[in-house]
Design a protein around this ligand. Sequence first.
Ligand code: ADP
Length: 464
Amino acid sequence: MKISLKRKLIFSFIVVILSSTIISGIISNYFINKKFNDYLISEQDTKIQNIISILQDSIKVNNDIRYFNKDEITRYAENQELYIEIKDLAKNTIYSSGNSHFTRRDNMRRMMNSMGKNSPMMDAKKYIEKEYPLKYNNSVIGYATIGYYSTSYFSLASINFLSTLNNSLIISTLIALLLGLVVSIIISKELSKPLVNITAATNKMRQGNLEIRLEEKGNTREISDLSKSVNYLADTLKNQEMLRKRLTSDMAHELRTPLTTLKTHVEAFMDGVWEVNSDRLQIFYEEIERLNSMVDDLYKLSKLEELNVNLNLSKLDISQELRKIVETYTPIYEKDGHLLLADIEDNIDILVDKDKFKQIIYNLLSNALKYLNSHGKVELSLHREDENLSIIIKDNGIGISKEDLPFIFERFFRSDVSRNKSTGGSGIGLTITKSFVEAHGGKISVSSLLGEGTCFKIILPIRN
Ligand code: ADP
């Protein structure tokens, strides 16, 4: 069963408020009750000790158990709601305070019952009576019986106190529930509104609207992070969509040219306009080669997409390897009137897959060459940078526009300028280069200015 965020929050607030007030109610009731009981017991003990010492004091004065201030004892018994009886050694009653004052108390109890202020504690009225020896010069000369009802003025106060406490707990619970309800509604609105917006936006994206973007501000970090991620996802999807469309039209365009050439030639042969000769067959052959290399590229790419670039690592003096590559490329550059300069730091050994490393440098050097203007210049450098090495390949060729730059590592991406330059590329060289660099735990970045040149930088970790 799915429950809305609002209901969940309201439910949780109510549960927390109710359980905390019930628990604090139970705990405070228990401790207050206990404290009052302890107090009552010690109070009762003091009263009894008082009356015993009054009696013993008067025996001391008169040296006889029959002579003591009866009025004082009677007053005390009435005031303290005690029953007092004094007996001699033969257990003959000498004095009794009577129990008229208890009847008064019973009357009060009855009155309170009729007013509806009944309480179980008042009803649990228990008469307790105990006998205490009265002593003179350490020998027992008589007995005092003292009785009282377990409920007293103090227990009434405790009952009142507890009921006031419980009433205030109930009132504060009601107020807290009301506040909790308001707060949970406000919070749930604050949380659910952006979530509803995000759901609506993602639904629109699902239907193909990749232009939609979410507000990234807001004061809940997780929600603004989520909005940012959704926006990023939309950007990525939009770019992918753009690249996909571009790839389809590029592929159609690339395929159409050789196919059209082949078709027109075959038609000319069939119509007898042209005769088959080796030159014409050579054109056929070249067009078929072009188609073939495109299919090859597609195959390479599908391999690359399997994403598990297997590296055959071995220790390589990369300084020496780069010098060899530069030597190989220099005549190719010079043939077209370009310059290839190298600034290579000595003795840098790293663990690399030699073939893949060569492929990385070949791709970048041949791209630089492809996109040079006449009498261009390419500079290659190798240096240590802390725990890494950096290889920079910088050219002063046609450059890449700001709009195209973010996509050049995407598969089949070719800038409009380079396409016009009919360089014969298919736009996967850099995709392969990047995946090889990353497979070695490295990074490749590019900076470029249209019309001024391009600079590729590779960072590879030196692991010895
Ligand atoms: P391609 O086979 O088309 O060269 P790449 O993946 O190697 O494919 O390069 C992708 C695109 O990046 C190229 O079509 C070109 O537009 C741009 N590019 C790459 N290197 C350079 C460079 N050195 N100067 C200018 N543009 C470049």
